[in-house]
Ligand binder design. Sequence first.
Ligand SMILES: [Mn+2]
Length: 239
Amino acid sequence: MKKPLIGVTPSLDQETKDSTCRPTYLAAIRHAGGIPVILPLKAETEDLKQLVETLDGFLFTGGPDIHPFYFGEETHEKCGNVSPERDQMELSLLPLVMAAKKPVLGICRGIQLLNVGLGGTLYQDIPSQVTREFPIAHKQPFHYVSFSHRIAITPGTRLHTICQADSIGVNSSHHQAIKALATGLVATGKTSDGLIEAVEIPDYPFFVGVQWHPEYLWPEDAAAERLFTFFVTACSEHA
Ligand SMILES: [Mn+2]
């Protein structure tokens, strides 16, 4: 049986213009039975269409902040660096992927990209924009192979089927988060300080976004491993 081909969005070094990809994303896809294919950041729409036709699923990876103009806001003084090349390519790619109903997984920046691409908005900086009684460290002070906070998972969702639990521990390395949830997305995971950390589209082959970093966790954590397995399995059903 042919393995599914999974397009992976790379990061871009804004100074050297080197495209890079964290090896754990690629290893997680390979472990789950897929072949990762790192995508180009410069591509005409016709080229992106061809890639969407050819590949079986798409992983939107972590990275810098999304330019606030894409969700209709001025730049907050605590907004981080952006990558115009990634914003443009990923926001062009998403509607093409969705039109073809190819499976989608978004991680960290990826969940934010999915939300903005579908018309939602972001907190540009959680600490200065969200009032919380107990401010969870969403930029955890220790290495990402350890959990730093918990997520309550909505029963009956795809994420609940994947995680097989009402609550899981996750790692956390973000200072932005979903503010207004895009129409069509369902929030499936929330923190005790009130943030949305997981989304999905119920009537879609596979469309899941998570705010944490399962690519660091999967060798040790069954829920993170299953997230990749379910994603790659959905991709193979469309291969
Ligand atoms: Mn978090």
